[in-house]
Design a protein around this ligand. Structure first.
Ligand code: UT7
Length: 345
């Protein structure tokens, strides 16, 4: 896509909210039949942060929203819309978690809605928000990925219990003029910040490889004993793994090719943090150096739709994103959904 065709929509800042309580593999192995060695060698995970029982997904989302708005140097009242990507909403069905976030942030008369696309939720939400902004008078939208996965994990199931964590990340996307000053990077393909492109896909043939079996309309809970297993996450890990390696590789390749970028032109690839082995395998397939991929799975585990905005927030906090940097996000998850965004910082 040529730069003159770029929409003047760009990401102004990222923020995150991570629960304080940190549970190491060692601690987990006291109650689950597993070990630090197995978890690290199979996933790259060393610890996860878990929310308190009294906290819901919206509480995490509110923390991330405040952090992003503060970093942008904006007033919360400048926000025109809230989109929350989550697989662990405060309530089943309604109200949307974004509505709870809206009232907590003291915002009135703005649209607020959820996007459900599993761990690819943030990638979907960013593209939806951008399209929404293009056809409206909105200037600033909060795009939040927030998850309390601990609320749907069966803590007796070692296949899944070791993999997930809680947290939230947020991007402020904006169509207002940017105060962005390009460093002397004039040789670069893109000379201003902007969301350049996204690809979004779903392979519904794999819808049953990652599910919470009960509680929805297919299998409602109507009195009687509710079994913990039925309202917990079930995953065919191997199937998702094989799908993920191909999905990550395909998305990176497609976004690069259709934007006429070599892998050298891309400064950062920010993948969904599900398993470091998936990222390593994709990097190897594409012959891209692993240090181009940002990873923070070691301390946070898989936070589903929150993992990419949390990673980007950490990168902004550590000044790893430089003006003009070309950043590619890539994710996959329940659905089976997959996709990626390409933006310049
Ligand atoms: O966010 C998107 C959704 N999720 C994912 O992206 C996850 C994708 N899948 C994966 O990351 C990997 O498939 C897992 C990490 C879930 C599993 O790794 P794996 O290398 O595919 O292991 P496996 O399922 O083939 O299991 C290998 C062995 C089994 O034992 P046997 O049958 O070989 O004796 C499992 O029972 O490891 C055993 N195992 C464990 N052992 C200790 C499974 N979980 C554990 C555990 N601790 N926590």
């Amino acid at each position: 896509m040529k730069e003159e065709n770029l929409l003047p929509v760009y990401i102004r800042s990222f923020g995150a909210w991570i629960p304080e309580r940190r549970v190491t593999n060692e601690e987990l192995s006291r109650t689950v039949d597993t070990s630090d060695e197995w978890i690290r060698s199979h996933t790259g995970i060393g610890a996860r942060h878990l929310a308190e029982d009294s906290q819901a997904t919206s509480d995490l989302a509110v923390g991330a929203a405040r952090s992003a708005v503060e970093r942008a140097g904006m007033d919360m009242q400048d926000i025109d819309c809230i989109v929350v990507a989550t697989a662990t909403p405060d309530y089943v069905g309604f109200p949307a978690t974004a509505c709870v976030v809206q009232q907590a942030l003291g915002l009135k008369k703005i649209p607020a809605f959820d996007v459900t696309a599993g761990c690819t939720g943030f990638i979907y939400a960013l593209e939806i928000a951008m399209a929404f902004m293009k056809d409206s008078h909105m200037k600033n939208i909060l795009v939040i990925g927030a998850e309390k996965l601990s609320s749907i994990v069966n803590w007796d199931d070692r296949d899944t219990a070791v993999l997930f964590g809680d947290g939230a990340g947020c991007a402020v996307i904006s169509s207002e003029a940017s105060s962005f000053q390009l460093e002397d990077r004039s040789s670069r393909k893109f000379t201003r910040p902007g969301i350049i492109d996204s690809v979004l896909y779903t392979d519904g043939t794999g819808y049953d490889s990652l599910t919470v079996p009960a509680g929805g309309s297919r299998n409602p809970i109507r009195g009687g004993m509710v079994k913990k297993e039925d309202v917990s996450l079930h995953m065919d890990g191997r199937r998702v793994y094989n799908f993920a390696v191909k999905a990550v590789s395909d998305i990176i390749k497609e976004l690069a090719e259709r934007n006429e970028l070599s892998y050298d032109d891309i400064d950062w690839i920010v993948p969904h943090q599900a398993n470091s082995r998936i990222i390593q395998a994709a990097a190897k397939r594409l012959k891209i150096p692993l240090d181009k991929f940002f990873m923070n799975i070691e301390d946070l585990a898989n936070t589903s739709a929150a993992s990419i905005p949390i990673a980007l927030s950490e990168m902004q906090g550590k000044n790893l994103l430089r003006p003009g940097d070309v950043v590619l996000t890539v994710g996959f998850g329940a659905g089976l959904t997959y996709g990626g965004n390409l933006f310049t910082w």
